[in-house]
Design a protein around this ligand. Structure first.
Ligand code: 2P0
Length: 340
């Protein structure tokens, strides 16, 4: 038996992916940008084992056995094995490519609560499989077929997911635009408003948005392309003013598109909106952007800020949202994470 264990971090988008042009290949309707967090606090951990004695492929997530029927899981396994066979036909590799696998995955944070759990989980699975089967080269396009945002967790630092133009999706990949050491003062605070499973999953939510939201179509065609260019420049120049403004506007636009979806999808709660107000009040007080909020498909807030603002923000959060109080749905806490 051979066995590999890997960990993969979550990524938090500052220009959001919302909507697919190809459901099967998982090709997006717009490009997106994210930062990958360091792995000390929020990560997925996966052990994959292959053995000639295993009689079937099997998977466990957080200790519970999962069905292997998922088309995405099958696509990922098929593609990794195809690449491994190709390598083997070049004269390397072993028979292991024909062995069944056992996959054991766990997250150290709430699954499906809008904390990019699928991104870390699928990136980790694909990376582990690539090590197990000795597949080399970029595997972000394989991770993408597991879950769109997972392709961005393959790389550290600041990462873009390119649209690609090929019909087979082979050029819709993740690309690192700045390394994990590029902006060492950057921090992320994650405020857990609710750790409950969300009402509408991202996959279903974005499908309905693509079908019904004219605002989403306008965003994908006219707004995101310009934001991608500006964001790339802001990251390269370490221009936090622009970085923060685009991040907040893009989050707001994602949730506006969710509201424009019919029937509407709502992920943010009153507590989420209170956090938005707090951030704008802080930025107003300083007369410049010191903090940027962004919300994914859930009520939890991710705050981007510079290291020197972390104590101030943690103090404000703990003052306005004391953990022992009930904030509607659950609790709130802050976890500083470096970008890596
Ligand atoms: C993002 N989200 O860019 C956006 C922002 C949520 C809001 O990527 O269907 O779990 O597996 O491709 O990747 C969540 O979508 O969806 C997501 P699938 P995924 O991070």
């Amino acid at each position: 038996m051979i066995e590999v264990t890997c960990t993969a971090p979550i990524n938090i988008a500052v220009i959001k992916y919302w909507g697919k042009r190809d459901e099967k290949l998982i090709l997006p309707i717009n490009e997106s940008t994210s930062a990958t967090l360091d792995q000390s606090q929020l990560c997925a951990k996966t052990t994959v084992a292959a053995s000639p004695d295993f009689t079937s492929d099997q998977m466990w997530l957080n200790g519970q056995e999962q069905s292997m029927d998922s088309a995405r899981l099958q696509n990922v396994l098929k593609e990794i094995r195809r690449r491994a066979r190709k390598r083997k036909s070049d004269g390397s590799g072993e028979d292991r490519v024909n062995w069944h696998v056992h996959i054991c995955s766990e997250n150290n944070f709430p699954t499906a609560a809008g904390l990019a759990s699928s991104a870390a989980g699928l990136a980790c699975l694909v990376f582990s499989l690539s090590k197990l089967f000795e597949v080399e080269g970029d595997i972000s396009d394989v991770a993408r077929q597991g879950s769109g945002s997972a392709c961005r967790s393959i790389y550290g630092g600041f990462v873009e997911w390119t649209m690609g133009t090929e019909v087979d999706g082979s050029d819709s990949r993740a690309l690192q635009i700045a390394s994990e050491t590029h902006w060492p003062q950057m921090r992320v605070l994650i405020l857990v408003v609710s750790a409950k499973k969300k009402h509408v999953g991202s996959t279903t939510g974005m499908q309905t948005s693509v079908k019904t939201s004219q605002l989403l179509a306008h965003r994908a065609e006219k707004i995101v392309p310009e934001r991608m260019v500006e964001m790339r420049r802001a990251i390269k120049d370490k221009d936090f003013q622009t970085f923060a403004e685009i991040t907040m506007k893009d989050s707001n636009q994602l949730h506006a598109c969710c509201l424009d979806t019919y029937p509407p999808v709502t992920y943010m709660t009153d507590t989420s909106r209170d956090i938005v107000r707090l951030v704008h009040a802080v930025n107003n007080h300083y007369g410049e952007n010191k903090v940027a909020y962004t919300f994914d498909a859930g009520p939890n807030a991710c705050l981007y800020l510079m290291e020197d603002m972390v104590p101030t923000m943690l103090g404000l959060v703990q003052n306005f949202f004391p953990p022992e109080q009930d904030h509607g749905e659950a609790f709130l806490t802050g976890l500083p994470s470096k970008v890596s």
